[in-house]
Design a protein around this ligand. Structure first.
Ligand code: 5GP
Length: 206
């Protein structure tokens, strides 16, 4: 139908285990590519420029927006985050399914512009587990943990606009469900709109 790869957005509460699901999708399947975002936040210990993120200044980020170099962008807890356009487009053209690990505002922008995008929302089984994971990670101050919890409450208001809620208590199961949905989405009418248009035209001339 179309050989172009699909666009897949993975969001979720901070501490939900999005990263684990993404790593497993990338290691178990050849078909996926991961988009590396641009951000103005400072690198955390162990993060490498060009691997976790492209770490840039606010000026550089704003210049990229002005040059229309981002597919979407949003601000999250005081920093800018955005998806560089060129890489995503070239990987999709190669037939790769491209994963964007982004927050909810960016996800909705993408869905608006590309309705065939698959939106996955990752959550732990309960709010209690979420809090334990955030505190247990130990990489952030209590102030940041509080901010992330507040943000989670806002995100919970939007999570029902996603195509799938992935409860991350069984990794294998979550990954299996994600792949099944991505496969199904490949034959959605939105994605096959060129085919639908062509066959309608053909039928019209019969
Ligand atoms: P962190 O600073 O913890 O790495 O990421 C904070 C949030 O920003 C996470 O929810 C992450 O998924 C999101 N994020 C990362 N890259 C992007 C991006 O390119 N665009 C948007 N909208 N959100 C992003």
């Amino acid at each position: 139908m179309t050989k172009k790869g699909a666009l897949i957005v993975i969001s979720g509460f901070s501490g939900a285990g999005k990263g684990t699901i993404v790593k497993k999708l990338l290691s178990d399947y050849d078909r996926f590519s991961l988009s590396i975002s641009m951000t103005t936040r400072a690198p955390r210990e162990g993060e490498v420029n060009g691997r976790e993120y492209f770490f840039v200044s606010k000026e550089e980020f704003e210049k990229t927006i002005a040059e229309d170099g981002l597919l979407e962008h949003a601000s999250y807890l005081g920093n800018y985050y955005g998806t560089p356009k060129a890489y995503v487009e070239s990987e999709m053209a190669k037939g790769k399914d491209v994963i964007l690990e982004i927050e909810v505002q960016g996800a909705l922008q993408i869905k608006e512009e590309f309705p065939e995008t698959v939106l996955l929302f990752v959550t732990p089984p309960s709010a209690e587990v979420l809090k334990e994971r955030l505190v247990g990670r130990g990489t952030e101050s209590m102030d940041v943990v509080e901010k992330r919890l507040r943000r989670a409450k806002e995100e919970a208001e939007i999570m029902d606009r996603y195509d799938m809620i992935l409860v991350n208590d069984d990794l294998e199961e979550a990954v299996k469900n994600a792949v099944a949905l991505i496969d199904a989405a490949k034959t959605s009418p939105q994605r096959c709109k060129d085919f639908v248009a062509r066959i309608r035209e053909e039928l019209g001339s019969l």
